[in-house]
Ligand binder design. Sequence first.
Ligand SMILES: *[C@@H]1O[C@H](CO)[C@@H](O)[C@H](O)[C@H]1NC(C)=O
Ligand SMILES: *[C@@H]1O[C@H](CO)[C@@H](O)[C@H](O)[C@H]1NC(C)=O
Ligand SMILES: *[C@@H]1O[C@H](CO)[C@@H](O)[C@H](O)[C@H]1NC(C)=O
Ligand SMILES: *[C@@H]1O[C@H](CO)[C@@H](O)[C@H](O)[C@H]1NC(C)=O
Ligand SMILES: *[C@@H]1O[C@H](CO)[C@@H](O)[C@H](O)[C@H]1NC(C)=O
Ligand SMILES: *[C@@H]1O[C@H](CO)[C@@H](O)[C@H](O)[C@H]1NC(C)=O
Ligand SMILES: *[C@@H]1O[C@H](CO)[C@@H](O)[C@H](O)[C@H]1NC(C)=O
Length: 489
Amino acid sequence: MRGRTPRWRWIVAGGGALLAIAALGAALAWSAIFDSVLASQLALSPTSRSYQNWVAPSVPLYFEVYLFNWTNAEKFPLEKPNLVQLGPYRFREHRRHVNITWHPHNGSVSYRNFKSWVFDPTSNGTLQDNITTLNVIAASAVYRSRFWGFFQQKGLSMGLAMFGQHISVSKLARELLFEGYEDSLLELAKSLPPSTTGGAPPIDRFGWFYERNNSLDSDGFMEVTTGQVRGTLPGQIVRWNHDSRLPFYDGECSRLSGSVGEFLPRDLDEDSQLTMFIPELCRTVAMDYMESGEYADLMYHKYGISLTSFDNSSLSSDNACFCNGACAWGGVMNVSACRFGSPSFITLPHFLHGDPQLLDMVTGMQPDPEKHSFYFAVEPRLGIPLDVAARFQLNIYLEPNPNVALYEDVPRMLFPVFWVQQRVLIDHTATQELVMVRSILDWGATACAGAALAFAAIAAIATCFPKTKHKTDLTAEKLKEDELKLNPM
Ligand SMILES: *[C@@H]1O[C@H](CO)[C@@H](O)[C@H](O)[C@H]1NC(C)=O
Ligand SMILES: *[C@@H]1O[C@H](CO)[C@@H](O)[C@H](O)[C@H]1NC(C)=O
Ligand SMILES: *[C@@H]1O[C@H](CO)[C@@H](O)[C@H](O)[C@H]1NC(C)=O
Ligand SMILES: *[C@@H]1O[C@H](CO)[C@@H](O)[C@H](O)[C@H]1NC(C)=O
Ligand SMILES: *[C@@H]1O[C@H](CO)[C@@H](O)[C@H](O)[C@H]1NC(C)=O
Ligand SMILES: *[C@@H]1O[C@H](CO)[C@@H](O)[C@H](O)[C@H]1NC(C)=O
Ligand SMILES: *[C@@H]1O[C@H](CO)[C@@H](O)[C@H](O)[C@H]1NC(C)=O
């Protein structure tokens, strides 16, 4: 037996070496391993981890509306409109994906958004507030008549006078928002051919969010990727209302792409852009890096709508095809085409990042990047949004029309009507989970490297230990011999 290494030592040494190599491999490829596990966790399927929260988000959502009260309407157009912001009128929003259909062979899933809103008493104001605003029904009628002949325009002019239409209306907040109000022009529009109303379905009431509560139509029919195909992200728009292009624009602008807001790309850096598909804007918006910071122990990069992402061709030629004609002002999005030809224009609240001329046409706007920007603050490595502020303002385009008495002297301007805000902050539990995931990601490679070292040490000891033992055996025998020599008798 003496001088031979026992078999189990070889097994330990060999096993240790193999494990060391495996751990070393894991340390080197940690990032890729982590990403593939994460991707499989995030991919959408009826059984995946991300599914429950995707179907019905558990974070509380609030929809806040600020209405502009027009305090000097009777002096228009002699005085610039003075607008006083009222609100927020706050609504608790519940949303759910319904009519979910999986398309496994093309890696996508289609659904509709069901949304409902309940008025929240923490609002600054009540739904009974009496608010004066632009008469949008008349403004739309005049806008739609802009290519009509002289006699038709004169006819509209008389019609507006006969129906007692004014440039402004005073309505209660609840009527302006969800409940809607009746109007004689709406009655009239029902009897007109669809071509004169831009194909808009006839409605019996008008309100900005009329018939949106408990409806499936607020965001349209969406088809997004599931992320089950290797190397793709979940939640990226594929088709909208059964169409893989946007029918409202030409060329590059008709391209449908980007995240619908739930899943974002990973490994974002300062040169990355976030592309988001925003149904309210009927388009994809590219958001640029703004700044970095820290929120609840997590680092974030903030991406937002900047001067260029929302602009006309003067600053960013890519956007020219969104203008649909004259690129009117900077920082303005003409959404007329996707609102049945109504004169709707979207900007950031208080014309933030907008053309200075817009601000000059009204009084009462106080743009403030802190309160009015549109951004996503994202944990950059994992692509998880920590703080999202989605905000935009709806404006109505006005221009003079010499044949319509009511609109003879109006200036060419955008009239601000309301702005909305949806703010979502990551909650405490999710933050803690993220911190943990982040530390697994950050320290996993180090842990594997440590394990590799430990296994390597075991292997080394297992191979070297027998030799040492052999040597000690020899030494002991030699000592005995020496002893014998020292004590010959
Ligand atoms: C809106 O403005 C009008 C006219 O100045 C005023 O009478 C009304 O009280 C204002 N509404 C609210 C809710 O402050
Ligand atoms: C509430 O609304 C009033 C105007 O109606 C405004 O002066 C005030 O600043 C608002 N408060 C908050 C907290 O927004
Ligand atoms: C969509 O879902 C709603 C509510 O869940 C249901 O009432 C409706 O019949 C569904 N429509 C289709 C086409 O499946
Ligand atoms: C995916 O498959 C469904 C049918 O299962 C089809 O209706 C849909 O158009 C497909 N989408 C794409 C982008 O090919
Ligand atoms: C929306 O509908 C729900 C349920 O029918 C109702 O409780 C709620 O008050 C409605 N919200 C608004 C803003 O009208
Ligand atoms: C709102 O105020 C206007 C005058 O500012 C008034 O004519 C109208 O009757 C009021 N509406 C309601 C519902 O009180
Ligand atoms: C806005 O878009 C519509 C339809 O796409 C177009 O007809 C209109 O001229 C545009 N308005 C302005 C002011 O550019």
